[in-house]
Design a binder for this molecule. Structure first.
Ligand code: PLP
Ligand code: COI
Length: 340
């Protein structure tokens, strides 16, 4: 087992690290078993499993944060439970009841308590619940059996630089269809994103930006994160779209913008040819937290928001409030934090 020194927590990146165990539960004959913690992060399944051939699988992502007084905070875990239920519903998998979901996450965090990074390093324990269709199956149909599991790993920033601005390029490819599975967290959307992600990375960008798949005129998402921007008159704007994942971070930022920062909030179209209306922009998500967007390149145009090197004042306030809530330094709205 790899031992992390305090120094290591500053540069964890977003990688798999050794842990003390993960959770696994099987669904057979129409019901979930009790589930248990296992040591190895391996599973044995039939190679005929629908998860492997037809992408019948869904996952979630959330984090556990260490507070100043050494406690552990889970952020809006009930929202992840709900979203996983919706994902399961959309691809014909049995739902994991909310209590089972939360209990599994608590068990995993408990067994890996020592791996929740210390307060003050900007790091956290990333938690990865998943549901996969398993069992022997050949035709395109729902699997006979399922596994619900929860993995974890201590992580730092998803995009290099933490709160430093990074640049993105608009891709001509789509990750999801207008009436497809963009709104749920299923593996197919991520397989569809690998090619454009690599193209963007190879061209020196942090990731790519997807436009709406129907008209290719409006911003949809920023890689594996949602997009937000701030207008010159302090309105928090985020795209309205049927093909993006409903981000829990975005939903939380909308509340923070309105209730903590006294801003207006608008969910509406964000035209790629009208970025001048914004003074700041960013990517938001569990893994990304808030990542300021320095510049967006689109065909031959380059658009710089606040700065390519400095974070804008509103983005910083949003970041400080959100992370203050995560780490227990700022009072959270009722029900947002589950303490272990
Ligand atoms: N969009 C995509 C495609 C994602 O994978 C994620 C990550 O979960 C998000 C947005 C952000 O969602 P959340 O804030 O719930 O983590
Ligand atoms: C998250 O933010 O939790 C994600 O799932 C993003 C990515 C690592 C898939």
């Amino acid at each position: 087992m790899e031992v992390l020194r305090l120094e290591d927590y500053k540069n964890l990146g977003f990688n798999v690290r050794d842990t003390f165990g993960n959770y696994i539960s099987y669904y057979k004959d129409g019901k979930w078993d009790e589930g248990k913690i296992q040591k190895e992060d391996t599973i044995t399944i039939s190679a005929f499993s629908t998860a492997l051939h037809y992408g019948q699988q869904a996952f979630e992502g959330l984090k556990a944060y260490r507070t100043k007084d050494g406690k552990i905070n889970l952020f809006r875990v009930d929202e992840n439970a709900k979203r996983l239920q919706n994902s399961c519903d959309q691809i014909l998998m049995p739902k994991v009841p909310t209590e089972k979901f939360i209990d599994a996450i608590k068990q995993v965090v408990k067994v890996n308590e020592e791996l929740v990074p210390p307060y003050g390093y900007g790091a956290s324990l990333y938690i990865r619940p998943y549901v996969i269709g398993v069992g022997r199956n050949l035709g395109v149909k729902a699997a006979p059996e399922y596994i619900f599991g929860v993995l974890c790993s201590p992580v730092g920033s998803y995009f290099k630089g933490g709160l430093s601005p990074v640049n993105f390029v608009v891709t001509d490819r789509d990750r999801a269809a207008p009436n497809g599975t963009g709104q749920v967290k299923v593996g197919g959307n991520y397989a569809a994103s690998l090619y454009s992600h690599r193209q963007a990375k190879e061209a020196g960008y942090a990731d790519c930006i997807y436009l709406d798949p129907l008209t290719h005129t409006k911003i949809d998402e920023v890689g594996a994160a949602n997009f937000f921007a701030v207008t010159k008159d302090m309105t928090f704007v985020t795209p309205s779209s049927s093909s993006i994942l409903p981000s829990i971070t975005k939903k939380s930022l909308m509340h923070i913008a309105k209730e903590y920062l006294n801003m207006n909030v608008e969910v509406r179209d964000v035209y790629i040819n009208n970025l001048d209306e914004f003074s700041e922009a960013g990517a938001c998500g569990t893994a990304a937290a808030i990542t300021p967007i320095g510049r967006i390149d689109y065909h031959n145009q380059q658009h710089v928001f606040y700065s390519e090197t400095e974070v804008g004042p509103v983005t910083r306030k949003l970041y400080d409030t959100l992370t203050g809530i995560y780490f227990g330094d700022i009072k959270a709205p009722e029900g947002w934090i589950t303490q272990l």
